[in-house]
Write a protein that binds this ligand. Sequence first.
Ligand code: TRP
Length: 455
Amino acid sequence: MRHHERVSFGSRLGAILAAAGSAVGLGNIWRFPFEAGNHGGAAFILIYLGCVFIFGLPIMISEFIIGRHSKASTGRAYAVLAPGTPWKWVGYLGVLTGFLILGYYSVVSGWTLEYIFQAATGGFSGKTPDEFVAMFNDFSKDPLRPLLWLFVFMGLTHFVIVKGVKSGIEKSSKIMMPLLFVLIILLAVCSIMLPGAGKGIEFLLKPDFSKVTSDVFLGAMGQAFFSLSLGMGCLSTYASYFSKDIRLGHTAMSVGLIDTCVSVLAGLVIFPAAFSVGIQPDAGPSLIFITLPNVFQQAFGNIPALAYICAVAFYVLLALAALTSTISLHEVATAFLHEKFQFSRGKAARLISCLCLLIGIVASLSLGDWSEYRIASLTIFDALDFLTAKIMLPFGGMLAAIFVGWFLNRKIVRDEVTNNGRIKAPYYSLFLFILKFVAPIGISFIFINELGWLG
Ligand code: TRP
């Protein structure tokens, strides 16, 4: 592909599925349950849903506008739309954010490969809940094994990226996403039927507002941005490949709904099972890795073959969901180097893969041998997660909202959401109001409240 040629996603469904492929990933199945568990369950989920609909969808449409109109990856999009202004730094910030996320996200993606391996080689059979906890702890603290899987996973991501946008991303999303969805529904049903699962359902559905602190708001907002792939121009880079007849509002709504359904379903798999086998919901990043194997063991205990197939299939699909997300993160950085510095795509991709591996290695070791190195009492892994998901993404998203709400020519905005007047966008005024006022004020308020920036 030469520098100025831009391929585009073949169909509307392809565009939705590719964006949903970016959005649905470890954020839904790994991060959502542990954040919800850390923040008390149902009340967190309600606030999360509020963040998705009030901030998430309008900001997603903004990113689509920025990407499709500029026809450039996020690193250059602002420079194209607002040449000669400092807005270009928002694009660069996005590239940096995505790059940092890719670093630690690949570590967890690597864990999914270890669990495929364990599931496939019978490593789950006959284990008790305590043994699953020990198994995860031994693995994640091991100095070598997680690194091995990290390398493998980064290699896979790299391979898809150098094969190009259309064939790689679109094809893999179309098949895997629906399969994953079906399997999660099946697992949710199994989990709910476990003995003592009722407490978990209560935890998910019965909000206790007395536990809501400003920390819960920051957590829910960060999770919304993380899960929807917002705030760093990932979806705007994808939108730069959207053709003119893709309906931006409709696409955002579809992606938001798919993503939210997967998260809530993941909650319905994890919490009933966790309560059933006595795992604390606030176990943190290990939560799904110590809870899920119990579901396979207990729900299908009488039919070992079924337990085996479901476990292997689940981790394979989880790894693929992670892959469609790492691809999207990698694509932003690769496209940036390719467009800005005229690197070939291969060279750009190699550079990004190697640098992300370094971050991943540090993040991975920080859970074991290097756990004494802390930043404000967080391990490097946790600090990366906090900084990117809870600070950089909401901040980047807020700037995107301000850019489209206040700076971008109104005609461009209108033309983009109505496809040059060919479709209606009844939400237009509300959308602008949110971008201009609600999102900037709301996000700043949550920041100030939690981080005390005003002292
Ligand atoms: N949303 C993905 C997930 O839930 C992760 C992800 C992909 C992401 N691209 C992103 C997060 C961009 C933030 C920004 O797993």
